[in-house]
Design a protein around this ligand. Structure first.
Ligand SMILES: Cc1cc2nc3c(=O)[nH]c(=O)nc-3n(C[C@H](O)[C@H](O)[C@H](O)COP(=O)(O)O)c2cc1C
Length: 239
């Protein structure tokens, strides 16, 4: 009887010892399981993001990537294979970018000028004309992503003075899109793409530049513009 009790005590002791060995490991950062947890979390993020981009659900992908990564994914690694990057001063190109995102998901980032543009149209028109005449390269805020690390990059902008806004010239000066698939899109009030798709092809000879989408600013927001985005994306030769 006593012996049995001692044997039980031994078992209890060894269980306690085992616990004593394991618990501190658990407490000190749980090297393995902690790493696993964080990897699992990262995988979760990746899955959500890529699911967003594959399933044409739109918003979840960006929300997931911005909420769950707190910016790290935007600087060090890509959250998906698709990026939508655009400049928009009065919101038309922004709306189209969002339609694209609704269709295809992926990451999306806006090109924000370091120095704000004038908000009065006439002033903006003069300002933008001077930028173009002087061949300026207005700077923009850090994007928080490396656009060249994505497989496919949708690039959007309005037409200014029959051409690319000069801030887009800065953008194309900054990045070398060799090996990347570029999909341009723009809004305008009559100049269509202003020859800018060919300009992009010239500037990025080692990128595949697919057929762009141009939408008149005045049509942005109507059902036709949404349908145009849908049909255009469906017809693109995306991998
Ligand atoms: C400074 C400036 C210059 C513009 N120049 C042209 C132009 O040459 N041709 C054209 O079709 N539209 C021109 N537009 C109209 C814009 O391309 C159009 O309103 C566009 O949808 C604006 O896009 P956003 O709202 O994304 O900024 C110009 C607009 C501005 C502000």
């Amino acid at each position: 009887m006593r012996k049995e009790v001692r044997i039980d005590m031994k078992r209890v002791t060894s269980i306690l010892l085992a616990l004593l060995l394991v618990l501190p490991l658990a407490a000190c950062g749980v090297t393995e399981s902690g790493a696993n947890t964080s990897a699992a979390e990262q995988n979760d993020n990746t899955e959500i993001t890529s699911a967003g981009s594959d399933e044409t659900t739109g918003t979840p992908a960006t929300e997931a990537s911005s909420e769950s990564t707190e910016g790290t994914q935007r600087t060090d690694s890509r959250a998906s294979d698709t990026l939508i990057v655009y400049f928009s001063e009065s919101g038309n190109t922004d709306t189209i970018a969002n339609y694209i995102h609704d269709e295809i998901g992926g990451d999306m980032v806006q090109i924000i000028p370091t120095v704000e543009y004038p908000h009065v149209y006439e002033e903006l028109a003069d300002y933008a004309k001077a930028e173009q005449d002087n061949d300026e390269r207005p700077t923009f805020e850090e994007l928080g992503v490396d656009p060249t690390s994505y497989q496919t990059v949708f690039i959007g902008y309005p037409i200014w003075w029959y051409s690319l806004p000069m801030i887009m010239e800065t953008f194309f000066d900054t990045y070398d899109f060799s090996g990347v698939t570029i999909v341009p899109f723009n809004t305008h009030e009559g100049s269509r793409d202003g020859g800018t798709y060919d300009m992009i092809r010239d500037r990025e000879p080692n990128a595949a530049v697919l057929d762009g989408l141009l939408i008149r600013g005045g049509d942005v927001g109507n059902d036709e513009s949404k349908t145009a985005v849908k049909e255009w994306i469906a017809g693109l030769d995306l991998e």
